[in-house]
Design a protein around this ligand. Structure first.
Ligand code: 6LW
Length: 493
């Protein structure tokens, strides 16, 4: 059965996966976004349904002061003895913590903090013992491990179990048991072009670990002109029929040389076979956009469905929506009229901006909003394409010299420029259309400006996230007196 990569398109890095019976669960990093750590469910590994988020409350998710691409780093999701465990790191708060749930689509527990340095924690359960393995940040002793009391967060004495196959900057450890052998999978080479997956094995979860003779078991290093690159940070799962799979992050490059990516690090799927006890990823071949199964479970169609969401917000904000840091909830109201935004004084250049967005998941897409707004002087609301506080594009409605007008504004690093204007009425149809290389901004059907996708790419903006699109509102220095109502929002790819 054919499937398409990435299986989770758009900003979905550092995937972690587990299986319960015939159902797979997957989580990814979320950085400064709220709610944190999106969770997905699948029966066949290719089609994933969102089921919620692990971190929904401020007590679990202190990202109020998080810089862009800080906050929540790579999680590990595991199921043990009837309980789901998710361990992750808030690099803007107290570091590593564990949350638990009986039902992953429900509420997760308060955090149990684990006092250890670094990032990328892993949990491996064996009997009553839980091994906590992590990237310590110490280049001499990068991958450390200690026994963890998951109830209290108390950690035993850490010891170094891996120092790197080629690169002491080794991260993303995960441990699995297969036929009595313990496999340690890691990422090396950094999360960009040199990213790779390496494997090691031992007779005991604590080591000593022997390096796979065929390391790295996956890398797209040395393929600079190919579309899919930076594959790494993998997690393995056995599908219940003895077949193994890997999910990993990767990027899809676009544009002419030097190529770039703006949709963030996405989640890819590849089969894993075993050759005399060592993992072989996708038969030793690079991961492709079109892959052949056989996948576990049933699949209705062999192609990834085009996505269209058309929302009036009558039922609130669906699971695809995210805020950049904790929102002032009073600024966002949903109801039969739509999404009602009361813009704060902050513009999109500031962390507290009034903005709610969803991931851009395809290069070719169309975003539309019907905006009912009669702004006071300086007030503005519209649609934004956001990489971070310093790299974003906006098409909005404002009032200038007493006139209502649509504006297109580009913010690229230190430069901000209005590139298009047109008079509009009290209700405006705003749209952003995109292909791999360009965004085009429209008001009431007229194109008012365009901008390259390059300037919202990771190569320009840096960081660990990808583009999100959605409505914003701002009083540009004062809180708006007029509400901006998004009567309808359409995302189509
Ligand atoms: C992270 C590290 C990484 O936790 O990027 O690609 C960091 N790998 O493992 C943030 O995603």
């Amino acid at each position: 059965m054919r499937y398409d990569n990435p299986v989770l398109p758009g900003f979905h890095p550092d995937p972690t996966i587990c299986r319960v019976g015939e159902t797979f669960y997957l989580a990814t990093s979320s950085f400064e976004y709220v709610p944190g750590v999106p969770l997905y469910r699948s029966e066949n590994l290719a089609d994933w349904d969102p089921i919620g988020h692990a971190l929904t409350r401020e007590s679990q998710l202190a990202v109020g002061d998080a810089d862009g691409s800080s906050g929540i780093y790579a999680p590990t999701l595991r199921y043990h003895d009837g309980t789901f465990y998710l361990v992750t790191t808030n690099v803007s708060d107290d570091g590593h913590f564990v949350v638990t749930a009986d039902d992953p689509s429900g509420e997760w527990s308060e955090p149990t903090w684990v006092d250890a340095p670094g990032i990328d924690p892993d949990l491996f359960f064996e009997g009553d013992t839980c091994y906590f393995t992590y990237h310590s940040g110490d280049p001499e002793n990068p991958i450390q491990q200690a026994e963890l009391d998951v109830e209290t967060g108390e950690l035993g004495e850490p010891k170094t179990i891996w120092t790197g196959f080629r690169d002491p900057y080794v991260e993303a450890p995960h441990i699995y048991e297969r036929n009595g052998t313990y496999h340690l999978i890691l990422a090396e080479g950094g999360t960009h072009a040199g990213h790779m997956v390496v494997a090691a094995r031992a007779d005991d979860p604590t080591g000593p670990y022997e390096s796979c003779p065929d390391n790295p078991v996956l890398t797209h290093w040395g393929r600079p002109r190919e579309d899919i690159r930076a594959t790494g940070h993998a997690d393995f799962v056995e599908d219940g029929s003895g077949e193994w799979w890997l999910v990993c992050l990767g990027i899809r490059q676009v544009g002419p040389w030097p190529r770039f990516h703006h949709l963030g690090r996405e989640t890819f799927l590849a089969p894993v076979e075993w050759d005399v006890g060592w993992p072989v990823v996708n038969g030793g071949e690079p991961i492709e956009a079109e892959m052949n199964g056989p996948l576990p479970g049933d699949r209705q169609t062999e192609t990834t469905a085009l996505e269209r969401t058309d929302t009036t917000f009558a039922d609130g904000l669906g699971l695809e929506w995210q805020f950049r840091r904790h929102p002032d909830r009073e600024r966002y109201e949903t109801g039969p009229d739509g999404l009602c935004l009361r813009g704060g004084p902050e513009t999109l250049d500031e962390p507290e901006a009034t903005f709610v967005g969803r991931r851009q998941t395809a290069f070719d897409c169309r975003v539309e909003a019907t905006l009912a707004f009669d702004p006071g002087a300086g007030e503005e609301a519209g649609l934004a394409v956001v990489a971070d506080d310093r790299h974003q594009y906006q098409v909005g409605v404002t009032r200038r010299d007493g006139r209502r007008e649509a504006v297109v504004r580009l913010r690229i690093g230190d430069a901000t420029e209005v590139v298009g204007r047109a008079p509009v009425g009290a209700t405006t149809d705003l749209a952003v259309t995109a292909d791999a290389e360009e965004y085009r901004f429209h008001a009431d059907g007229e194109q008012l400006g365009s901008a390259s996708t390059r300037y919202v790419s990771t190569e320009v903006a840096a960081g660990f996230t990808g583009v999100v699109v959605g409505p914003y509102a701002t009083g540009r220095g004062t809180t708006c007196e007029t509400d901006a109502v998004i009567e309808r929002f359409v995302y189509e790819s």
